[in-house]
Unconditional design. Structure first.
Length: 243
C-alpha cells in the first residue's frame, strides 16, 4: 500500500507538470516554468510515509542533502503521526524554558567495555537537554532522567558517542548461553540473568536508548520549511500541507 500511495502522489504531480524521476524507494519531482506547483517550492523528494521519529527525520535529511523538500505520501493516520513529529516542537517530544525533551532512537548506548548501558527503572528513561547552570541558555547538558531522578549527564551530544562505563550504574551483555547478564557497575556483581530484553524490562532493568537530537540528523536545516505531507485517501491525494 505504501508503494501504491507513492505512485498516486507521483501521478498527481505529473498531471500538474512535474517531471518525475523514479528510484527504488522514492521519486524526485522536478518543476519547470509550466508546472502548477502544489504549494511547496522547488524540487521534491517524494517518499512513502515513515512513522518512527528517526525515520521521519532521516527522510527529511535525505531530501535536504539534495536541496529538495521531503514530500511524504501518507495515509491520513500516518500523516497525523508525521505532523506530530515535525511540529510543536519540530523533531522533539517537548521544548520549554527548562530545555528540550528528545525522542528515543532504536540505538542503545554502550557503557564502555562493559556492554550496553541499562538502568534500574519502573518507567522508560527520558533524555533531556537542560541549561548547564539551570538558569541561562549559555551551554547545556544532556541529562538522562529515570523515575524523576537524574541518572547521568553529558556535556554534549558528541559525548554520547562513546560513554565510559562509569557514566552508568548498570550494563548488560549476552552470555555464551544466550541469556542477558546485567552487571552492577558499582560492585562488579551480576544483578540478574534474563532470557530476553523483555524479561529484563519486566524486572525493571531498562536499556538506555540514544536520544534523537534533530540537528545531528538534519544539520542546520530549517525543519518547518523542509517537508510537506501529501495525504492519500480512497485512492486520491486529498491534501498537500506543510508545517
Amino acid at each position: 500500500m505504501k508503494t501504491r500511495r507513492l505512485e498516486i502522489v507521483c501521478e498527481t504531480l505529473r498531471t500538474r507538470g512535474y517531471e518525475i524521476e523514479r528510484a527504488d524507494r522514492h521519486a524526485v519531482a522536478v518543476p519547470d516554468d509550466e508546472t502548477d506547483p502544489v504549494g511547496v517550492p522547488g524540487e521534491l523528494r517524494v517518499v512513502p510515509a515513515r512513522t518512527t521519529p528517526v525515520g521521519v527525520l532521516e527522510a527529511v535529511a535525505d531530501a535536504v542533502a539534495g536541496d529538495r523538500t521531503a514530500l511524504f505520501a501518507a495515509h491520513p493516520v500516518d500523516a497525523a503521526t508525521i505532523r506530530d513529529v515535525l511540529t510543536d516542537p519540530p523533531g522533539l517530544v517537548a521544548a520549554d524554558e527548562d530545555g528540550r525533551t528528545f525522542y528515543d532512537t532504536p540505538d542503545r548506548l554502550r557503557a564502555g567495555d562493559a556492554g550496553l548501558a541499562c538502568c534500574r527503572a519502573a518507567e522508560p528513561p527520558v533524555w533531556r537537554e537542560r541549561p548547564a547552570d539551570g538558569v541561562t541558555a549559555e551551554g547545556s547538558r544532556f541529562v538522562l532522567r529515570v523515575d524523576g531522578e537524574t541518572v547521568t549527564a553529558f556535556d554534549s551530544a558528541a559525548d554520547l558517542a562513546c560513554p565510559a562505563a562509569s557514566a552508568f550504574g548498570y550494563a548488560y551483555r549476552r552470555d555464551d548461553d544466550g541469556r542477558f547478564r546485567v552487571e552492577n557497575l558499582d560492585t562488579g556483581r551480576t544483578a540478574g540473568r534474563f532470557a530476553s530484553v523483555g524479561e529484563m524490562r519486566a524486572n525493571a532493568y531498562r536499556p538506555v536508548p540514544a536520544p534523537l537530537v534533530p540537528e545531528r540528523v538534519v544539520g542546520d536545516a530549517h525543519l518547518p520549511t523542509s517537508w510537506a505531507v501529501a495525504t492519500v485517501d480512497d485512492g486520491r491525494v486529498t491534501a498537500v500541507e506543510g508545517a
